[in-house]
Design a protein around this ligand. Structure first.
Ligand code: AMP
Length: 331
């Protein structure tokens, strides 16, 4: 049987090129080698999203994103966290093996505490218990499926360490019940720059969206910051924010030719932006159509997600049964 790789996609709105290149594309490639599981942690999002419609919409958007980009639901398993009740039961069991000190040291929790202290507020102000125990629910997401590999960005590395810690503590008490997962740190750790050269991120307002209508893609492309070198001057392609995106989307020969043109002189930024825009359209216009079609047919999306949840629960049930047996609760 193939080993299991699991990826979660936060329901946080329409993706940008940074998400695509840094996370979505690599996650889809996992299905070639592993039994790949893809889920949307919608109950996790309840720690911060308090609008019912918004939470549901964002969850559909995340599912449609993966499917539009080529996830084949007959190969990969795609599901909503909230469709798997076993996750929440396991989370309780795991919480009894998680020391409070371990969660106190979580970077994500500490960052909010630090913000509170810096602003002169009480240190746990506005921190709900869901936010505090977030890593326990994440551990349940992973351990419930006997996951072997979890691809993570550097930001999630510590959460995975917590998962391993909790699983090892559990196994120390009961024997080899839980599979200890390994982090696969996305090694390129390539950070895609946004249109201002800083890391592309919604919080910097510097993103190029992948599923937005063409005019909303063209606008940020035109605003990509460049230096003021004239076309005939030689330029360093590795210093150029247009090339930083172009090189990940164009084919190898085109990238080589472009690199040469930068170095030798003769490249003008205006036409280069137009070329990048054309490349974005060629890469994403079909996918955007598929995304829009899925978002207009939520019944179809629900069906795909429900089918995925059934498959996921088939994997989960025997593992949860092992946990129940190990701890001595009702079978
Ligand atoms: P976020 O919703 O910002 O946490 O992004 C989700 C994931 O997308 C991150 O964990 C990264 O793997 C990836 N990602 C986001 N922004 C970028 C970027 N500018 N460059 C590369 N990868 C990114």
């Amino acid at each position: 049987m193939k080993q299991i790789a699991l990826t979660g996609l936060k329901p946080s709105g329409s993706p940008h090129i940074g998400n695509y290149l840094g996370m979505l594309k690599p996650s889809l490639e996992l299905a070639e080698k592993f039994q790949a599981l893809y889920f949307i942690p919608d109950y996790h999002a309840l720690t911060t999203v308090r609008d019912r419609k918004q939470l549901a919409d964002l969850t559909y958007q995340a599912a449609a994103t993966w499917l539009a980009l080529g996830l084949n639901p007959d190969e990969g398993v795609i599901y909503r966290q909230s469709d798997i009740p076993e996750v929440f039961e396991l989370a309780w069991a795991l919480s009894c093996f998680t020391t409070k000190g371990l969660l106190n040291r979580s970077h994500a929790y500490k960052a909010i505490v630090d913000d509170n202290i810096a602003a002169g507020r009480e240190e746990d102000k506005n921190i709900n218990v869901g936010l505090f125990t977030y890593p326990v629910l994440m551990a349940a997401d992973i351990l419930l499926f006997g996951t072997h590999f979890v691809p993570v960005g550097l930001d999630q590395q510590q959460h995975l360490e917590i998962t391993r810690d909790v699983a090892l503590t559990f196994n120390k008490n009961y024997g080899d019940v839980l599979t200890i997962p390994e982090a696969v740190i996305r090694k390129e750790v390539m950070t895609i720059p946004g249109i201002d050269g800083r890391k592309m991120s919604k919080s910097y307002n510097n993103v190029i969206p992948i599923f937005a209508p063409p005019d909303q893609v063209l606008k940020p492309v035109k605003r990509i910051v460049t230096d003021s070198k004239r076309p005939e001057e030689p330029k360093d392609p590795d210093e150029c924010n247009i090339f930083a995106i172009y090189r990940h989307l164009a084919d190898v020969d085109a990238v080589d030719a472009k690199r040469k043109l930068y170095l030798e002189g003769g490249l003008a930024y205006g036409p280069m932006k137009e070329e990048l825009f054309a490349l974005l359209e060629a890469t994403f216009s079909d996918k955007r159509d598929r995304y829009n079609a899925l978002m207009e047919n939520l019944d179809e999306l629900d069906k795909i997600l429900e089918k995925g949840a059934e498959k996921a629960r088939d994997i989960a049930r025997p593992i949860l049964a092992k946990v129940r047996k190990a701890v001595g609760v009702s079978l």
